[in-house]
Design a binder for this molecule. Structure first.
Ligand SMILES: Cc1cc2nc3c(=O)[nH]c(=O)nc-3n(C[C@H](O)[C@H](O)[C@H](O)COP(=O)(O)OP(=O)(O)OC[C@H]3O[C@@H](n4cnc5c(N)ncnc54)[C@H](O)[C@@H]3O)c2cc1C
Length: 392
């Protein structure tokens, strides 16, 4: 039986002197254990080589300590419904977040709305609004792939850097639960489509230590990030199967496997844009410099999905950048599983492999706004994954 410990205990060690090895828990909690699971011995090894790094991309997650901002604000005749600040969970929570924003749009009584932004939140909100009967125009400075959302890892991470635990009030939790359930359901309806915009894959968490191993971690006085999955949506946390050395291709290590949802972001963004256009949606390239610029819009109800840029545009000082860098490798179509090992994650996206140093806590990259690529970090990510297959 594996013990329920969260990411915070495992990774940040905030205040905890002793933590269990990663196999005792995971980013989405330990869930249940699968008994008698089939062996993953025949998995195709990942061709992880620094020579195959095809590009390095860097982007900032829009983190708000209080959680995503989904609320209406009046600017003269305009009602702006904010829908930004989703940290490391923007893709994961997009459908549910759109639903909450659209409840507020409905309350204005207007059916012709503007959506500012064409990233994960803008596109999803626009498509969800059309399905709810609104006429929608997207206004955005940039379109995919030139948006921050295009630089995400592309996996189901609904409580990654979503808020600080000290701000996780019952209302915040209830809202997150709704966002999470609605989005999860929406993704089940996007499976099996041409180009696989969304698919289930297996995720392996690999550790040098057997399950239950305890490690000392330094005390950390910074606020803890909220972790919601185990507590609020346990039914969505898949069961994990445990494998000993010899039962998998990762050498003399221990592995835990659970299914997860992956977003092939190029195909998925293209799918959303096509859906939007086919339903009569219009996209206008336009940059807003201040809320005063909203006056030029014919629509009086505007959903603000500008992500990290909302900080400057609407003066939200609470937004914190959390830097994240991806090393993109050439696609290996026969590898259909993701891996986490020693603070590095690998995702087998069909639009290019993703290697990322995620560090040993959600504070990795916290407060760092620079988007300069770091080649050494990219190579560390790739060589850590390569070591799973070479140091057997
Ligand atoms: C390295 C990394 C990995 C991540 N991995 C995942 C993951 O695996 N799963 C997950 O769910 N989330 C992940 N995230 C988080 C996710 O990427 C973000 O939460 C999400 O991209 C936020 O999307 P958005 O639509 O709010 O913002 P953006 O993608 O930044 O879109 C903003 C839009 O607004 C427009 N805009 C901005 N300013 C203006 C302006 N002044 N005038 C007009 N238009 C404007 C932009 O052009 C753009 O179209 C990751 C983030 C990073 C950095």
């Amino acid at each position: 039986m594996i013990r329920a410990v969260g990411r915070r205990q495992l990774l940040a060690g905030a205040g905890a002197a002793l933590v269990l090895s990663p196999l005792a828990g995971c980013s989405n909690g330990p869930g249940r254990t699968v008994l008698g699971a089939d062996s993953p011995k025949t998995l195709v090894p990942i061709r992880a080589s620094t020579d195959l790094i095809e590009r390095i991309t860097v982007c900032t997650r829009p983190f708000r300590p209080l959680g995503p901002r989904i609320e209406a604000e009046k600017f003269d005749a305009k009602t702006v419904i904010h829908n930004y600040g989703h940290g490391g969970s923007g893709w994961s929570l997009s459908w549910g977040s759109a639903e909450i924003a659209l409840d507020q749009a409905r309350a204005t009584g207007q059916r012709d709305i503007a959506v500012i932004g064409c990233g994960a939140l803008g596109l999803t909100t626009a498509v969800a609004a059309q399905r709810a009967g609104f006429t929608v125009t997207i206004y955005a400075k940039d379109l995919p792939p030139k948006v921050r959302s295009a630089l995400a890892s592309g996996v189901w991470t609904p409580d990654s850097r979503i808020c600080f635990e000290q701000h996780a009030t019952p209302e915040v939790k209830q809202r997150w639960q709704r966002m999470c359930r609605v989005s999860h359901e929406a993704y089940q309806n996007l499976l099996g489509l041409p180009g696989d915009p969304v698919e289930w894959i297996d995720n392996y968490r690999v550790s040098d230590d057997p399950p239950g191993t305890r490690h000392e971690r330094p005390k950390d006085d910074r606020p803890e990030f909220a972790e919601f999955q185990q507590e609020l949506v346990p039914e969505l946390v898949p069961a994990r199967a445990q494998f000993k050395p010899g039962e998998h291709p990762f050498g003399n290590r221990y592995a835990a496997r659970a299914p997860t949802i992956m977003f092939n972001i190029s195909a998925y963004s293209t799918f959303l844009i096509s859906q939007f256009r086919e339903a009569g949606g219009r996209i206008v390239i336009h940059e807003f410099h201040s809320p005063r610029d909203l006056a030029i819009l014919p629509q009086n109800t505007i959903v603000n999905c500008t992500g990290y840029a909302a900080g400057e545009l609407f003066g939200d000082q609470s937004l914190v950048p959390v830097r994240g860098q991806l090393a993109r490798g050439i696609t290996q179509p026969d590898v259909r599983y993701s891996v986490y090992y020693k603070g590095v994650s690998f995702v087998p996206r069909r639009d290019g492999q993703v290697y990322q140093v995620v560090g040993d806590s959600d504070y990795y990259g916290f407060g760092i706004a620079t988007t300069d690529p770091d080649r050494a970090e990219a190579e560390k990510a790739v060589t850590t994954i390569a070591s799973l297959f070479t140091n057997a």
